[in-house]
Design a protein around this ligand. Structure first.
Ligand code: PNS
Length: 162
């Protein structure tokens, strides 16, 4: 069975992430979407909330599993015995950071964990979780960026003062 890990912060999941997940699920037997539990960051959503939103928004994709991890991605990849990492590339600005991570992961894993890049569909090339959070904080329209259940969850984090 050919599996791949799609790791990320997913704080929160956007239509851009979902586009990659759906297309990847058609290429692999199994996609493991894994949320990074990063103790050094203060996310908007807890790991549990992010996992639940991913579970809900991918529930129609039967070969997609949602998980979480902490620590090094290569250690996680070894622990579940999946040596392929998937990452989306939106623009050239993503490339340098992603290239560094991919090279680090190859070195750390002594060549046993590889990264494959998928280009984000053009319609989502502008999307980022941080952009979505900033727009939401000012009560702007994020309906084109995230599914309705994610939009509702973000709205709860930034309630409008009555
Ligand atoms: O959605 P993000 O925040 O761009 O995802 C980044 C992620 C989770 C893929 C990356 O930060 C990561 O793999 N972190 C785990 C720690 C690690 O393995 N670091 C070494 C890579 S250089």
């Amino acid at each position: 069975m050919k599996s791949a890990i799609y790791p990320g912060s997913f704080d929160p999941v956007t239509y851009g992430h979902l586009d990659i997940i759906k297309r990847a699920s058609e290429m692999f037997d199994e996609i493991i979407v894994s949320v990074l539990d990063n103790k050094n960051k203060t996310p908007l959503f807890s790991v549990d909330e992010r996992v639940k939103m991913l579970e809900e928004t991918t529930k129609d994709l039967t070969n997609v599993k949602i998980d979480s991890f902490s620590g090094l991605l290569v250690d996680y990849a070894h622990s579940i015995n999946v040596p392929i990492i998937l990452r989306g590339l939106r623009a050239i600005t993503d490339f340098e950071y992603e290239l560094q991570n991919a090279q680090n992961n190859r070195i750390l894993s002594e060549g046993s964990v590889d990264t494959l890049f998928m280009t984000t569909s053009l319609e989502y090339a502008y999307l980022s979780s941080s952009g979505v959070k900033e727009i939401a904080a000012f009560h702007g329209n994020i309906s084109k960026c995230v599914p309705p259940l994610v939009e509702a969850a973000i709205r709860q984090k930034f309630p409008k003062e009555s």
